[in-house]
Design a protein around this ligand. Structure first.
Ligand code: FES
Length: 138
């Protein structure tokens, strides 16, 4: 039988696997994944707009599945493979959805664009090109 373990309110070390690399951050358990990515890891491509799960600007991938980082606690992300917009391309080679956004000038003001790309890109990978290297994201 697994025993429940309480944590907090004090900060504790949390190990996250982001864009293929392990990071250990010291955060309070109340920190969302979006806050942690932006404030602790400097991955500011993940935007926070509504901060309540309605706009998708904060979309990242968790184990390859689009996930709202503002609605996910960082401590619940331990052991998961997290991909942010910074980890989507392969070096200088943009993901086809990123390239399409650039080609068709689909930026609007640009603030929510990373969330749009992270929401659309799995459709490309699943439907159009299942061989786009998911290994880059895991
Ligand atoms: S910031 Fe709007 S859904 Fe997360």
């Amino acid at each position: 039988m697994q025993e429940d373990r309480s944590v907090g309110p004090n900060a504790l070390p949390v190990k996250l696997h982001v864009n293929g690399q392990d990071h250990t951050v010291t955060i309070e358990p109340r920190y969302t994944l979006a806050e942690t990515l932006r404030d602790n890891l400097g991955l500011t491509g993940t935007k926070v707009v509504c901060d309540r799960g309605s706009c998708s600007a904060c979309t990242i991938w968790m184990d390859g599945i689009p996930t709202l980082a503002c609605m996910t606690l960082a401590i619940d992300s331990v052991g998961r493979k997290i991909t942010t917009i910074e980890g989507l391309s392969q070096g200088d080679r943009m993901h086809p959805v990123q390239a399409a956004f650039v080609k068709h000038d689909a930026m609007q003001c640009g603030f929510c664009t990373p969330g749009m790309v992270m929401s659309c890109a799995p459709c490309w990978s699943e439907i159009i090109d299942p061989h786009w290297p998911m290994s880059n994201m895991l």
